[in-house]
Design a protein around this ligand. Structure first.
Ligand code: SF4
Ligand code: SF4
Length: 184
């Protein structure tokens, strides 16, 4: 009994002389090869060239600083609570007098760690953060690693570099496409 109409009937009739020569099929195959030869190449030379990943791509985490370079995170722990993989841990500390230029809030994360082996890149930490401090970059992968120690990301790998600021809004699809075209 036939459940669908998707099956194809096999043609078991004798091949014609032209078919036994295979020449038309070889020519057809060569035509397809030639067509692809002149088509735009889909491969890119990563990591020199980077493909546009999309505005909602969730990659490498970043702990943002504010406009004055102060850490935004106030160590409230909401990201850790929201994390379904229990990948985030932190140690909170009180800001003391003279540290106002370092930390925006009265409380800050003295230590902040994300275990990338646990992380499933769901973005819930980003959603939960009331200080717009933690983001998952849409332009950067988590690099390959060779040992477990390398994937416990501390503040040294997470806190934003003021000389290389991450601005998600500035990375529109058109802008990224222009960058990509320039690299070709
Ligand atoms: S992206 Fe998801 S799994 Fe990863 S640290 Fe954030 S909340 Fe946890
Ligand atoms: S990153 Fe945001 S949610 Fe997480 S502890 Fe810091 S301020 Fe709170």
């Amino acid at each position: 009994m036939q459940l669908t109409d998707r099956s194809k009937k096999t043609d078991k009739s004798e091949m014609t002389l032209l078919e036994t020569l295979y020449l038309p099929e070889i020519a057809r195959g060569m035509g397809i090869t030639l067509k692809h030869f002149f088509m735009k190449k889909p491969t890119i030379r990563y990591p020199e060239q980077k493909r546009y990943l999309g505005p909602v791509f969730r990659g490498h985490h970043i702990l943002k600083r504010d406009e004055q370079g102060r850490e935004r995170c106030t160590a409230c722990g909401l990201c850790a609570v929201a994390c379904p993989a229990e990948a985030i841990s932190m140690v909170a500390a009180e800001r003391v007098k003279g540290e106002e230029h370092l930390y925006r809030e009265e409380k800050y994360a003295a230590a902040y760690e994300i275990n990338m082996l646990r992380c499933i890149f769901c973005g819930l930490c980003e959603e939960a953060c009331p200080k717009e401090a933690v983001y998952l970059r849409h332009d950067k992968f988590v690099p390959v690693f060779t040992s477990r120690e390398q994937v416990i990301y501390g503040k040294d790998q997470l806190v934003e570099d003021m000389n290389d600021r991450y601005e998600r809004d500035a990375w529109t699809k058109e802008e990224m496409q222009k960058l990509w075209d320039k690299q070709k």
